[in-house]
Structure formats: C-alpha cells, structure tokens
Write a protein that binds this ligand. Structure first.
Ligand code: PHE
Length: 443
C-alpha cells in the first residue's frame, strides 16, 4: 500500500514538473501550446473524387508519428494528430484549417495535397503564423503565400521539364498534345511548364485541350487530338479523370504514349484505367521499388500497418511529419516564429523521398523519378531518376546504378527495364539546363 502511494506521488510529481518545464520553455508560444502533447493538424481529402490522396497522406503521417512517439516523442513530448477532412474542396480546406488553428490550437499543419486546396488554406495559416508544411502540393505559388508556408516536395517547373525531357530524349517525341484539367492550379501550371521545356528542346505542342474535374466524357477533346496525331499526349491531371481518359483514348484507337505527373499516383488509377494505361509514363517523387534500405524499411513498415504499398503521397507525408518533428527538436519547442525558422532551415534531411533541403523560397530541391505504368501488375515501374542542376546521384547509390557523363544518348523508347537512361540536370525553375552532366540511378 505504501509503495502504491509512493508510486502515485512519483507519477504526479513527474507529470507536474514536466508540465511546468514545458510551460516555461514555451512562454512565447502562439497557437495556444500549453505544454503536454504537441498538437499537429493534418488536413486533406479523406472523401471525394481524389480521396486516396488524403488517405495516403493520413497514413504516412500516422506511421511517422507512431514511430516518433514510440521512440519517446520530441523533446520528451508526444505528438497528437488532429485530422480533418476537407473533401477536396478549397472552401472546405480554408474552413478546416481555421478550425484546426482557432479551436484545436494546433502548433503546425501538414497538408494539403492538391495545390488548389493548399493555395486556399495557406493564407489562413500565414495570417495566424502557424507553420504549414505541404507534403505534396507542387504548384510554385503555394509557398509564395508567405514565410510560414513550406513544402518537402519539388515544384512543377521542374516536374514539367522532367516529362518534356523524357518525351524528347527518351521517347524521341517531336509533337505533343496536352489535355489538362482547367479546374486545377496544379494542372494549369504543369501544362505551361511542360510546353515551355518541350518547345525549348525543339518540340511542338500542336493542340491543347482542357476538361474539368468530375467530367466523365473526354471524347470531344480526344477526337480533336486524334486529328492532329501527336507523338505523345501529356495529361497533367488527377487519377480520377486520367483513368477514364486513358480508356477513352484507347477506345478511339489512339495508342501513342500517354504522359503524366504525380497526380496519376493512386492505387485507384488501375481500377479506372485498366489495360488502357499501358505505354504510359509519369514523373513522380519516389519509387517504392528503390532497393535502398531506408526506403525498403519504410515500405515494409507501411505495408505491415496499412496492407497496401505506400504511394508517393504516403512517402511525402511521412517525410513531412519527420521534418516537422526534427524542426520542433531544433527549435527547442513550438514557439511559432522559432519553429517556422527551424523548418525553413531544414538542410540535408534524409527522407524516404530523397534528401530534403529547403531553398530560399521554402521549396525542397530534390530529384524526380520517371515511372512506367505496368497495368498487369497494377503498379508503376522505375525508369530513371532526374536530378535538378547542382545535385548528383548520391555516392551510395545502389548496385544497379548507371552513371553516364556527357551523354545525350537515349535509352530505347518504349523498352522496359532499359538500363540506358538519360537525364539532363536542370535547376528547379527549369531555365538553366546543364546539358553536359547526365546521371542515372536505375532503382
Ligand atoms: N502535386 C499535386 C498537386 O500539387 C498533388 C499530388 C502529389 C498528387 C503527389 C499525387 C501525388 O496538386
């Protein structure tokens, strides 16, 4: 009995003193942090037309936070998540972020996925001075909303140029059509950035067609494209429409390669597009097939927990949560100005999606991968890695890494498992091509 009381007193005094220490260390905290658990807000589309984006993001963050908490938390404090569904609607994104900040008093935000939704919510976070890290919104304007807004992914001027280079160099395309989503800032940006680079490389965009999210019938646009007979069609959209577009294009007898970006990445793409997705390529943030041990450990842990392979959203969300925890540690707490500075100073952080260093505009400067669709296995296969200018393949790149210098020779278009890869380095605004450095990591 005496021991029991002693234990109770011990537990209480420990709790009490740690609460005091936290309070003392966080006197200047905005966001209502009163010590105890660290509250982090996560917002995304857990329901709606692109629900796998939100679900994967939630899972990725959850895995990271479970690992962090199991290892003792951050500065001895556990992280608690408050997760909100915005149904993929920009107006809803604004509303839930207001709620997370004002009601739940979160000290930081992770989200959104779709650039349009991040663009809508970012001004709320900026005005309240609550740091927001978007794991996966790639439109350049997102972080231009202010210094409290950052991201752990690359931006679309780079992503668009990656596909233009792949189309030109690997697929030998001379002409392209673009079929873009006019209701998405992401898609409008990629349309522009792809065209800029493709034209620069000597190609021609012979027709640009558009659609809106939730459209079901793309035959009019596809028929117009068919008349022009382009070498490739670039479709910078989200998986929900892309799957249907692929199906309708093949039905119309159009068998040229279909090209896209990260927005295709969803386990649901294969259900919608099926075998029509053959002969297609996307730019993306990482490949789950990368044999690097840190990636395979993540893939294994994620699979064990959620019974599905982690897509790039899951991987980016995992990285965003770990970057945030690392920044809280470096900031010595959750004071919002200090935390913002610590996030923005992130440098050489080893994530599963690559090494994360934020530039002066709070964008991560990272490599991209080109993946090839494999509808028979419902997955994407690794094709090549493309590095931004000034970044080269890591020295410890794995066994089947090919490095080619000063090479403008290309792999055989359309061949799977080709070991001959090309990537010209470019910087993140895609203006300055470093054409004599070519690196490849076949992962
Ligand atoms: N990059 C997309 C956007 O900005 C979101 C996305 C990222 C979708 C990664 C799928 C995978 O809208």
């Amino acid at each position: 009995m005496k021991n029991f009381f002693l234990a109770v007193i011990l537990v209480f005094s420990t709790l009490f003193s740690s609460a005091c220490v936290d309070k003392g260390a966080n006197t200047t905290t905005t966001g209502g942090d009163t010590g105890g658990d660290i509250k982090v807000g996560v917002y995304g589309d857990l329901t709606g037309g692109t629900a796998s984006f939100g679900q994967s993001t939630k899972n990725g963050v959850q895995l990271a936070v479970d690992e962090i908490n199991a290892a003792g938390g951050v500065n001895g404090r556990k992280i608690t998540l408050v997760i909100e569904d915005d149904q993929g609607q920009p107006q809803q994104a604004t509303t839930v972020v207001q709620k997370l900040i004002n009601q739940d008093k979160v000290v930081a935000l992770l989200g959104e996925v779709a650039s349009t939704n991040s663009l809508a919510a970012a001004p709320v976070a900026q005005a309240a001075k609550i740091p927001m890290i978007t794991p996966s919104s790639t439109n350049p304007q997102v972080t231009e909303r202010g210094d409290y807004i950052s991201r752990v992914c690359f931006i679309d001027p780079f992503q668009g140029s990656v596909m233009a280079k792949f189309a030109t160099n690997t697929l030998k395309a001379k002409t392209a059509a673009v079929l873009g989503d006019n209701s998405s800032d992401y898609s409008k940006g990629l349309t522009q950035f792809f065209e800029q680079e493709f034209v620069k490389l000597g190609g021609r965009v012979i027709t640009k067609q558009t659609y809106a999210q939730k459209d079901q019938d793309f035959k009019a646009q596809l028929t117009a494209i068919r008349q022009q007979n382009p070498d490739v069609i670039y479709i910078p959209g989200y998986y929900g429409e892309v799957g249907i577009i692929a199906r309708q294009a093949r039905e119309l007898g159009m068998n040229m390669p279909l090209l896209g970006g990260d927005g295709w990445d969803s386990p649901d793409l294969w259900k919608l597009g099926g075998a029509s997705l053959k002969n297609s390529y996307i730019s993306n943030h990482y490949s789950a097939d990368n044999p690097a041990p840190e990636i395979q450990n993540f893939v294994k842990a994620y699979n064990a927990k959620f019974n599905v392979a982690p897509d790039s959203l899951a991987a980016l969300a995992y990285d965003a949560a770990k970057v945030l925890a690392d920044a809280i540690k470096r900031a010595g707490g959750t004071d919002s100005a200090k935390l913002k500075d610590a996030i923005n100073a992130t440098k050489d952080f080893k994530g599963v999606t690559g090494i994360i260093t934020l530039d002066a505009n709070r964008n991560a400067v990272k490599s991209a991968v080109v993946l090839e669709t494999d509808p028979s296995a419902s997955k994407f296969n690794f094709k090549e890695t493309i590095y931004p200018e000034g970044m080269s393949a890591p020295a410890d790149a794995t066994s089947n890494t090919n490095t080619m210098m000063n090479s403008n020779t290309m792999s055989n278009a359309g061949m799977t498992n080709s070991n001959s890869m090309n990537s010209n380095m470019m910087n993140s605004n895609a203006t300055n091509l470093n054409t004599n450095s070519t690196m490849n990591a076949n992962r």
